[in-house]
Design a binder for this molecule. Structure first.
Ligand SMILES: *[C@@H]1O[C@H](CO)[C@@H](O)[C@H](O)[C@H]1NC(C)=O
Ligand SMILES: *[C@@H]1O[C@H](CO)[C@@H](O)[C@H](O)[C@H]1NC(C)=O
Ligand SMILES: *[C@@H]1O[C@H](CO)[C@@H](O)[C@H](O)[C@H]1NC(C)=O
Ligand SMILES: *[C@@H]1O[C@H](CO)[C@@H](O)[C@H](O)[C@H]1NC(C)=O
Ligand SMILES: *[C@@H]1O[C@H](CO)[C@@H](O)[C@H](O)[C@H]1NC(C)=O
Length: 440
């Protein structure tokens, strides 16, 4: 909004200057060809810039000349400014989409909506994985301020197609900007297509790095070039804790950032994590058997902290402060699972990017067939069925603990509480309030 306003303003100023310049040109030519209709003599103060009428008259041609040059220069400056904003950086054209989620909320699936967009999209899957890994190694990842800053800076650079900062976090360190170790490279179609997919030369023990085709290790210089050539950029991450920490991205005139926050019923998230991250969630599994949950346990506090972060980010977003105006959208996993096509269309409308036939095709293919949901990251599921599955995968006592510590978030997003086993597992009773989140 602010950017558009700035451009509009610059444009008006430029028009005024062009107008004034035209005045001067016509006046200069009047003076140079006085034989013609001796019109009204030059009026020093009629639509003539202030600095010209210092003496109340045009004393010499050279004065006019220099005035003219000055205007020409300024006009050039403004023209440059406008071109600059219409070229690479025109807000309103190039979009930078950040899909914000937490694990087990369907973010890989929703990320595909953008990964499948086609030739105009440069998509990265969870680049902050590397950042978190190093921060955890170095400081235990305990300094939330430092982490938030690192995440933000890396995201900012990546949106500008600059991999330098990210390279510092990749281990082992890339050599000459080449790395075989980018996390889930194969999830980003831009990194597996020509020319970023370089020939694979078989060496002992070396794996190839894309799923559907054999590519050599990733050349980040090529990745950056490819990124520059694409019109839009999208990044999916589950690591940003507070939306507020990303505010500087909205203030960078080179970016037109759109945040999509993806949320899911925290009871379902817990049920899913207990399956996907079985070792890490062994305490929860024990509590599921015990029926007693130590509410003061660190794990429970962590769950509460996560829910609070999600809620606070959403509250900031839904409040629509000026810095987030038209930049924030909240989406529930359950709505996407039930109405994937409509929701995808809504997201595309929000971002201002064309909803391509490729995306529609991908969604059709991946939401209807009840193919095997083997891999934990699999996105090929019968998505309507998936929505209710958790209700059979979590005992009532754990569901109630989640309700206790994630209550405010659940209320905000419209997830209904359950108090008895029968309601929990009765699929005819919906635990989802129909809710639309309005964005102006
Ligand atoms: C234009 O200049 C004349 C004389 O220099 C002055 O009398 C008149 O008030 C000026 N008009 C305006 C609109 O400044
Ligand atoms: C045009 O831009 C240059 C460099 O930004 C600046 O030095 C110069 O003063 C500007 N000229 C005018 C007339 O605004
Ligand atoms: C956390 O990181 C911030 C920013 O880098 C730094 O200013 C602060 O001193 C750090 N705090 C601790 C406790 O290390
Ligand atoms: C990586 O790509 C860049 C840009 O095309 C190229 O200049 C460089 O030689 C490549 N690096 C290697 C090791 O092939
Ligand atoms: C997907 O699941 C829903 C709900 O269980 C069911 O009605 C539908 O037939 C399933 N679709 C496919 C293609 O299996």
């Amino acid at each position: 909004m602010r950017n558009k306003y700035t451009i509009f303003l610059v444009f008006i100023v430029a028009l005024v200057i062009i107008e004034k310049e035209n005045n001067i040109i016509s006046r200069v030519s009047d003076k140079l060809t006085p034989k013609q209709t001796p019109q009204t003599p030059l009026e020093p103060n009629a639509s003539v810039p202030v600095f010209l009428k210092q003496n109340g008259s045009y004393s010499s041609l050279s004065e006019l000349d220099s005035a003219f040059l000055h205007f020409k220069k300024r006009l050039e400056n403004y023209t440059q400014l406008i071109q600059h904003s219409q070229g690479n950086y025109l807000p309103g054209r190039r979009k930078h989409i950040l899909l914000l989620a937490t694990t087990r909320t369907g973010s890989s699936f929703v990320g595909e909506f953008f990964n499948q967009q086609g030739n105009n999209m440069f998509y990265l899957f969870e680049p902050l994985w590397h950042v978190e890994k190093i921060l955890t190694l170095k400081t235990g990842g305990t300094n939330a301020t430092a982490s938030a800053k690192a995440y933000r800076d890396v995201l900012q650079q990546l949106f500008l197609c600059d991999f330098q900062l990210l390279e510092n976090f990749i281990t082992p360190s890339p050599q000459d900007h080449i790395t075989p170790s980018l996390f889930r490279r194969e999830s980003s179609s831009s990194l597996c297509e020509d020319p970023v997919c370089t020939p694979f030369v078989k060496k002992v023990f070396e794996r190839y790095h894309c799923k559907t085709r054999r590519c050599g290790p990733l050349n980040l210089t090529l990745a950056s070039e490819s990124c520059h050539q694409k019109e839009h950029r999208a990044i999916k991450t589950v690591r940003v804790r507070q939306l507020e920490t990303l505010r500087p991205l909205t203030e960078d005139p080179r970016l037109d950032v759109k945040f999509i926050q993806l949320v899911r019923d925290p009871r379902a998230v817990l049920a899913s994590r207990m399956v996907a991250f079985s070792a890490k969630y062994k305490n929860w599994k024990k509590w599921a058997m015990d029926r007693e949950v130590p509410i003061d346990d660190e794990e429970v506090k962590k769950l509460k902290g996560n829910c609070e972060n999600i809620r606070m980010s959403a509250e900031v977003g839904l409040k629509q402060p000026p810095w987030l105006r038209r930049r924030y959208m909240l989406v529930r996993y359950e709505d996407i699972a039930r109405y994937p096509m409509q929701k995808a269309a809504e997201m595309y409308r929000f971002t201002g990017i064309p909803f391509t036939p490729q995306v529609k095709e991908w969604i059709l293919k991946n939401t209807q067939a009840s193919q095997d949901a083997s891999g934990v990251y699999s996105t090929q599921k019968n998505s309507s069925e998936q929505v209710e599955k958790w209700r059979f995968g979590i005992p009532l006592n754990l569901a109630q603990v989640v309700q206790q510590v994630c209550g405010p978030a659940m209320k905000l997003f419209g997830y209904k509480f359950v108090y008895d086993q029968q309601t929990l597992t009765d699929k005819s009773i919906s635990l989802l309030e129909e809710k639309t989140f309005h964005f102006t």
